[in-house]
Design a protein around this ligand. Structure first.
Ligand code: CA
Length: 434
């Protein structure tokens, strides 16, 4: 929601420090307090990916109700199988989960009986930075019609920031940290993280960060996430060494190809060896090139953009750049679960889109501009199941050293139970030499 300038009455964004129209300083509202969420009850980690026959197809922004019921039904069967085949699933847990899923199924069936066939997905990822004009003094982004910088009040000479090949990207430096932790409950760490530079033609560099969260029995999940990291990294290194993508779309196409290469490799490996059958993984990649950030994701490992000056149109200090391809996220969309219930739901780890479970995979991609002061954070669900978005902002933006910030986030998730493997990759973006 936008506020108004007390001096000239022009509309200003909530976190602007200076009026973009008259350049006067604006009164600052105190930061929003953030209440820590209650500690979640500890229950054993549950994971699974749905196979192609149970895929939940999203067409445009709607979900087919029948498909959603199939997914819920297959989740019930998943619990039934667990009940009969594994000691890890107790009778009580399975009964509770099956009962919850039955309630959801009943509610979905009623909607179907009332004539609804599809459900509109209500949760949209926020539109990020519509700030096309870069301030010559502080480097901050401003709207196209701004005369004064909303961050430092300097007079702007409105040069568009992201013209097609018109503006040389600003030199930014990246301070990167990556940590992964087994957590307090699991025996193995099935997450994989990677960070490293990639050579581009003309002695340019890109920075690659990724998180993969594997699933599958024995060591299969560990193998799947490691393969996803290795194959996508090798693909990107190989392809971008000879040809430089020139547009956001071309970078996104390259990332999609890299993720698909990983998908095919894991799918083939899962079918070549009985010990690896059914394995899969999430994969979320961030590629930082100049002052652009390109993201690709499948599954529920998240990428966030954080900045205390605000990253969204309405000035919020954090934005999730990825959509969770999980059953509970879709149940939150249609109001069957609240976000709080979803964080502790027994089916929270069941994915309807993952790497390696189907011969082909849809990959979400997007691109954003980067500014000094930004933090790009990638994490597995082991973090967000215990730590709220507000706490992530507080810790990531409050601790200047990215490695210490990542360590603190992991400690907090462990203090609250550490039910799953926890991975955090953090990139602090700073202004470089001009
Ligand atoms: Ca996980």
């Amino acid at each position: 929601m936008n506020a108004r300038c007390p001096s000239c009455g022009a509309t200003v964004m909530p976190r602007s420090r200076f009026c973009p129209t008259c350049g006067r300083a604006l009164p600052q509202s105190p930061p929003r307090p953030s209440a820590p969420p209650p500690a979640a009850p500890v229950d054993p980690p549950i994971e699974g990916a749905l196979t192609n026959s149970k895929r939940l197809q999203i067409s445009g922004d709607t979900l087919d109700l029948r498909e959603l019921i199939n997914v819920v039904e297959s989740s019930v069967r998943w619990w039934q199988r667990g009940l009969s085949s594994s000691d890890a699933v107790t009778r009580e847990q399975a009964a509770r989960a099956i009962d919850e899923l039955s309630q959801i199924m009943r509610s979905l069936s009623q909607q179907l009986a009332q004539g609804r066939t599809t459900i509109r997905i209500t949760r949209r990822l926020p539109a990020l930075r519509a700030f096309e004009v870069v301030c010559p003094s502080c480097g901050g982004g401003n709207r196209a019609n701004a005369r004064f910088c909303q961050r430092c009040g300097a007079l702007l000479n409105a040069a568009p920031r992201y013209g097609v090949g018109s503006v040389q990207p600003r030199a930014l430096t990246f301070h990167v940290a990556a940590r992964t932790d087994t957590g307090r409950v699991r025996q193995q760490n099935q997450d994989a993280v990677y960070t490293g530079e990639i050579d581009l033609p003309g002695q340019q560099k890109a920075y690659l960060c990724l998180v993969a969260d594997g699933m599958g029995g024995a060591a299969a999940g560990e193998y799947a996430s490691r393969l996803a990291a290795d194959v996508s990294r090798a693909y990107l290194e190989q392809e971008s060494s000879s040809r430089l993508p020139l547009t956001d779309e071309a970078w996104q196409a390259l990332l999609r190809d890299a993720v698909r290469a990983a998908n095919r490799r894991i799918y083939d490996a899962a079918h070549a060896d009985a010990a690896h059958r059914g394995m899969g993984t999430t994969l979320t990649i961030a590629l930082l090139v100049g002052d652009r950030l390109h993201i690709a994701s499948v599954g529920d490992s998240r990428a966030y953009l954080l900045n205390l000056n605000g990253v969204t149109d309405d000035g919020a200090p954090s934005a999730q750049l990825t959509s969770d391809h999980s059953l509970v996220a879709r149940l939150v969309d249609i109001g069957q679960l609240t976000p709080e219930q979803a964080r502790t739901h027994p089916q929270r780890n069941i994915l309807y889109r993952s790497i390696g479970t189907d011969p082909s995979v849809d990959v979400d991609t997007r691109s954003e501009g980067l500014e000094p002061g930004d933090i790009v954070l990638l994490c597995s669900d082991g973090l967000v199941n215990h730590v709220s978005d507000e706490e992530i902002v507080q810790i990531a933006c409050g601790e200047p050293d990215p490695d210490r910030a990542a360590a603190r986030l992991i400690s907090l998730a462990n203090e609250r139970g550490g039910r799953d493997n926890i991975s955090v990759v953090m990139v602090r973006v700073e202004g470089g030499r001009q």
